[in-house]
Design a protein around this ligand. Structure first.
Ligand code: UDP
Length: 281
């Protein structure tokens, strides 16, 4: 049986996983290899400070973040908060970095992928680009919905069937819409092994948006680069100081915040029946 200790640390009420990248992708790999059809899907949320603030305002969203299997630190603000609050260094695991790596595992283990979301044509272009790099990647479908909350029943029949048959689904609607879409539809996606909200990642892969150079990514300044490229993001960036203030307040208000220890198991008997990957305390 495959087991990984997963310590989670709450940041503004969201349990952030301290998985290293290696452990995270090991878990992904194990889940994709799992053949038990009753095994629940791995629902991954890559958390940034904007998501954390939105979850304070939107209680439904916060509840959804409690149902996810793993919340990783996507934004540098989240890894800073875990370090500041708990003196624990954690690695960032971003949606953009994960997309290509997970597609590589899908090729290796013959798992189909579906690309859902982004502007018309973008998911399709991203699929083409990835298929050029990952030759045997099976893209079972792509779809750009008319709106973020387009009901599942209104999707074209072919899209519904492909979604229901996909092993891995990448959802690019922006947060919190993508996590809400996943939560609303996960029970229909019976073949799904892994589902993840990936924000603007299709735009990067398709070449519609330029990802920050490595220097910006490594130094935690990716947000600054994106603001420079897309000045319209300034409103969203206002959430960063708000997030920092909340974390400072949390630290001064409570000295008793503690990490909770969990283990995620990925062996044949290790999945719970509550619709999610097993996380046993
Ligand atoms: N998006 C969408 N429908 C919408 C709003 C956004 O498909 O109504 C897509 C958008 O085209 C982009 C992704 O959602 O591909 C979200 O990008 P954003 O930059 O907001 O996400 P981030 O990377 O900042 O999490």
């Amino acid at each position: 049986m495959f087991t990984i200790e997963n310590n989670t640390y709450p940041v503004l009420g969201i349990d952030i996983s301290t998985y290293s990248k290696d452990d995270f992708f090991l878990l992904v790999e194990e889940r994709l290899k799992e053949e038990d059809a009753s095994a629940p899907p791995l629902f991954v949320v890559t958390v940034n400070p904007e998501i954390a603030i939105q979850s304070i305002i939107d209680k439904d969203f916060k509840e959804i973040l409690r149902t996810s299997s793993i919340n990783t630190a996507d934004g540098v603000g989240i890894s800073w908060a875990v370090n500041f609050l708990y003196n624990k260094e954690i690695e960032r695991i971003t949606g953009s970095d994960s997309l290509e790596i997970i597609c590589g595992y899908c090729e290796k283990y013959n798992q189909s992928v579906f690309f859902y979301g982004a502007a018309p044509g973008v998911a399709d272009k991203a699929a083409q680009v990835l298929k050029e790099k990952i030759k045997d990647l099976e893209v079972i479908g792509t779809y750009s919905p008319d709106s973020q909350d387009m009901p599942f029943d209104e999707l074209p029949l072919q899209t519904k069937l492909a979604l229901k048959n996909a092993s891995v689904i990448f959802v690019a609607l922006g947060a919190p819409a993508q996590e809400k879409w996943i939560h609303a539809n996960l029970s229909r996606l019976t073949k799904c092994k892994l589902i993840i909200g990936i924000g603007g990642s299709f735009d990067f892969i398709a070449g519609n948006a330029k990802r920050a150079p490595v220097f910006f990514r490594k130094s935690g300044l990716e947000w600054m680069y994106r603001l420079y490229r897309e000045p319209s993001r300034w409103r969203r960036m206002m959430m960063l100081p708000l997030f920092a203030l909340n974390v400072l307040f949390l630290k001064s208000g409570s000295q008793s915040v503690q990490a909770s220890r969990q283990s995620i198991q990925a062996g044949p008997h290790s999945f719970s029946n509550n619709g999610n990957f097993k996380i046993s305390k």
